[in-house]
Design a protein around this ligand. Structure first.
Ligand SMILES: Cc1cc2nc3c(=O)[nH]c(=O)nc-3n(C[C@H](O)[C@H](O)[C@H](O)COP(=O)(O)OP(=O)(O)OC[C@H]3O[C@@H](n4cnc5c(N)ncnc54)[C@H](O)[C@@H]3O)c2cc1C
Length: 431
């Protein structure tokens, strides 16, 4: 059983389908219209970059996905050649073909592609308008036996399962279970207080741009304004403005353009000047990044396994969440394969999975939280050696300006193809 049909839920279902007779996904939303955002994933209205590490993980899980995305109109993206990255102090990094590939597309398109693949499996079923409201466990030994759910606003029901994967984003079923069973959970929280405003430009708007995407990063700590523009399927473009604290990006279309004029470079404002005011602006508030440490003092019952945002919600500015969820699903598949022949394959599954997931999370967590702490108003425990780490990152950016190898390695780490450790081994960051 999988709770939730977001990226983590769909990828997990694909991993499970080789090993279980039936995989049932319970989703609180109604069945979505193809390519449309849906209420259970409000962030889906905003640009979602799939990093190369996530693309690789999804292609491993879903053979044929690359062809599906091509056919659906997703835009191929070589992140070195097609993305213009503009950073404080160094300006625009030189664009170089790095052979690091992904696609640029909307989040609903990616979900649609995964959903089609998953539902073509004979043993996967998605049940919509079904909200999980509790996890059931055997009184004798505590093992998970299924879930308690509600259909829409109506009927309640229970259904059995050997394994419940919590891909609900907020992890409410798992957190409720812990609370009911008197367990406390250790969490690392970084308060970032970020505001998102984004707009979609559909054809016939056809801007003249020599990139597939551009990102202008904030000149911290003086300014918190960042901007992003990304091409998506079928000739559409997405523009995103981000700010912190009181400097929230506006939802009024004309103020949207004015806000973009305060970015580090004119790239996004020039783009908006060419396409005109957006027809509609969507907003989203992201107060904090949260890493839930389900290992340690807490012991999840046998048969309960959180995945994706249920374990860790990253500051979305670095575009990591979907990719980490996909990599975790590959880990789940590998563990299931390894344990398939054992007498009791589920006995240690959750423990091993959480240990492996922690290793995946370390790099994206460090990559995103270190720059957060440049802002004095960021809340949370400041990492030891913060100043030193920040200075090293600044030095790396300067080196990437002139050194293609440094540029590649930085991209590989940011795209979750290599761990942060790779920079240390290469001597680019002090060990
Ligand atoms: C503004 C914003 C921008 C982002 N941009 C990026 C980006 O550029 N790149 C990137 O990789 N990531 C990005 N992310 C992160 C990304 O959205 C998530 O990390 C990713 O979707 C993985 O989430 P998930 O599948 O674990 O959870 P979600 O996507 O939140 O999906 C959870 C699913 O569970 C369902 N559900 C919840 N509770 C229940 C229940 N009790 N019963 C049944 N169903 C339930 C929901 O309806 C939903 O379908 C962004 C996030 C935000 C907030």
């Amino acid at each position: 059983m999988v709770v939730g049909s977001g990226i983590a839920g769909l990828a997990a279902a694909q991993a499970l389908a080789d090993h279980f007779d039936l995989v049932l996904i319970l989703e609180r939303d109604a069945e979505p219209l193809d390519g449309q955002p849906r209420p259970g994933v409000p962030q889906g209205r905003h640009p979602h970059l799939l990093l190369c590490g996530g693309m690789n993980a999804l292609s491993t899980l879903f053979p044929g996905l690359v062809q599906d995305l091509h056919a659906a109109g997703a835009v191929p993206l070589d992140v070195g050649r097609d993305l213009q990255l503009e950073l404080p102090e160094v300006g625009a990094l030189p664009r170089r073909e790095l052979g690091l590939a992904t696609f640029s597309m909307t989040r609903p398109l990616l979900e649609q592609a995964l959903r089609r693949r998953v539902t073509h499996r004979g043993n996967v079923e998605i049940r919509y308008r079904t909200r999980v409201i509790g996890i059931l466990n055997a009184p004798s030994d505590g093992r998970v036996t299924g879930v308690h759910y509600q259909e829409g606003l109506g009927r309640y029901g229970m259904t059995g399962a050997d394994l419940v994967v919590d891909a609900s984003g907020w992890a409410s079923p798992t957190l409720d279970w812990l609370e009911t069973n008197g367990m406390t959970l250790r969490q690392t929280v970084v308060g970032v207080d970020i505001g998102y405003s984004s707009a979609v430009f559909a054809p016939p708007t056809a801007p003249d741009a020599d990139f597939v995407g551009a990102a202008t990063f904030a000149d911290a700590p003086g300014s918190s304004r960042s901007g992003y523009v990304l091409q998506a399927e079928n000739g559409s473009w997405q523009v995103l403005l981000v700010g912190r604290g009181d400097d929230r990006p506006p939802t009024d279309p004309r103020q949207f353009i004015a806000y973009a004029q305060g970015l580090l470079t004119p790239t996004i404002a020039d783009f908006l000047a060419r396409v005109g005011p957006p027809p509609h602006v969507s907003c989203f508030a992201f107060p904090k990044s949260v890493w839930r440490h389900f290992r340690g003092a807490t012991r999840l019952p046998r048969g309960l396994l959180p995945i994706g945002d249920a374990i860790c919600r990253f500051n979305p500015v670095y575009g990591q969440g979907m990719s980490v969820a996909a990599q975790e699903a590959v880990l789940l598949r590998d563990l299931l394969e390894r344990q398939a022949g054992s007498a009791d394959p589920l006995a240690t599954l959750t423990d091993q999975f959480l240990a492996g997931a922690e290793r995946f999370i370390e790099t994206p967590w460090a990559v995103s939280t270190l720059p957060d702490f440049v802002y004095p108003q960021t809340k949370g425990e400041r990492p030891a050696r913060l100043e030193e780490e920040l200075q090293q990152q600044a030095a790396l950016r300067r080196q990437a300006l002139v050194d293609p190898d440094a540029c590649r390695l930085l991209s590989e780490v940011h795209h979750l193809l290599k761990p942060l450790q790779a920079l240390r081994t290469a001597g680019l960051v002090a060990a």
